[in-house]
Design a protein around this ligand. Sequence first.
Ligand code: NAD
Ligand code: NA
Length: 415
Amino acid sequence: CWIELKRISTLFYQTKKISIMIIEPRTRGFICLTSHPTGCEQNVINQIAHITSKGKIDGAKKVLVLGASTGFGLASRITSAFGSEAATIGVFFDKQPTVGRPGSPGYYNTAAFEKHAHAAGLYAKSVNGDAFSNEIKDQVVQLIKEDLGQIDLVIYSLASPVRTHPNTGKRFKSVLKPIGEVFTNKTVDFHTGAVSEISINPAEGDDIENTVTVMGGEDWKMWMDALQAENLLSEGAITVAYSYIGPDVTRPVYRNGTIGAAKDHLEATAFAITDDLKSIGGKAYVSVNKALVTQASSAIPVIPLYISLLYKIMKAKGIHEGCIEQMQRLFSQRLFGGDLALDEKGRIRVDDWEMRADVQAEIAELWKKATSENLPEIGDLQGYSDEFFSLFGFKVLGVDYDADVNEVVVIPSEQ
Ligand code: NAD
Ligand code: NA
């Protein structure tokens, strides 16, 4: 009967070209098929509030963020806009909502971000499309020429399982596999809490090359080349891409696996780009960030169990951070704080608290003990699950999920 009522009301509103519905989470494996516009907006509001509470950052004024709609990219955009009053252009690949079909969270996040940025008098425009393509690069080049002239900071925060190569049209798929031998370890299904052993077969055929093609540095360099060729980078411009290292327990499948090979390539590309930027005194950096619940990391076996233990320990020690806290610290203390504190490989490290010896020693201890029975206690399984749903705008504090919402939100600059 409730369903019937809902259908009638949806039909009624459809005739008026607006739709009102109640949106609930629908999950399949490690993805959620629906997302909630009000919850996504509340997440953005909370991130803006965090940045505002931390005070001004003397940072870049014209910022291009590639991968700007979720995770570290969205947090970088919010930090730039609300910490340094920067004009921002955001590029991402997200599903626009239609009547009865919610959009992807990045779409709602960006609609909310632009709304609040514009209300604060800030320039913010967005480009929704495949950042790996020549068309989207051309579109962004055109937009910078028309609106901003030059860019001071380029954030590269794309995370994608596939890439169509712009020169050949060939489609590459990345894989998450160990290299050389089978990797067996514990993992958790964070929906059910079941801890089990998982074995992952090693990379074969073109797995390594394909993963490097998708998640390595080639596209980052293509972006920087395209911008430099049109003189769209200001004197001393910088660019930053994000990487991950992580603990011993995930090393075979992450850093020493196919994705790690891509991260090695990304990190090496920073030096190549810095070389290219010599004439304008520009620099390219990689920042190694902390493990966080994002759509990308939930898909990697073993990582969810590690993160649930990590969160418990870091929260207990008062050093837990989410994407926005990480980016606030990266921008205020490292990028624009006068001390990059580079490691021996020239990388910025905001995974420093995650990698602290005391934190890692406790994880190694708990890792051995973790079972389905004790994980809710020794790990932050609830925190993991809540944060996963919050990526899609669900289980966000202060949001009334029984209220009808209009799912057909439009990003202001795309109107
Ligand atoms: P995410 O999935 O939250 O964000 C990915 C972004 O890329 C989204 O805005 C998405 O729309 C965009 N995108 C994907 N494919 C695209 C395409 N073809 N064209 C345009 N936009 C596209 O990911 P995240 O976790 O924030 O990861 C960002 C970076 O940070 C990655 O390099 C990742 O490896 C790194 N990192 C992640 C973690 C972690 O624990 N999540 C830790 C350290 C570093
Ligand atoms: Na991102």
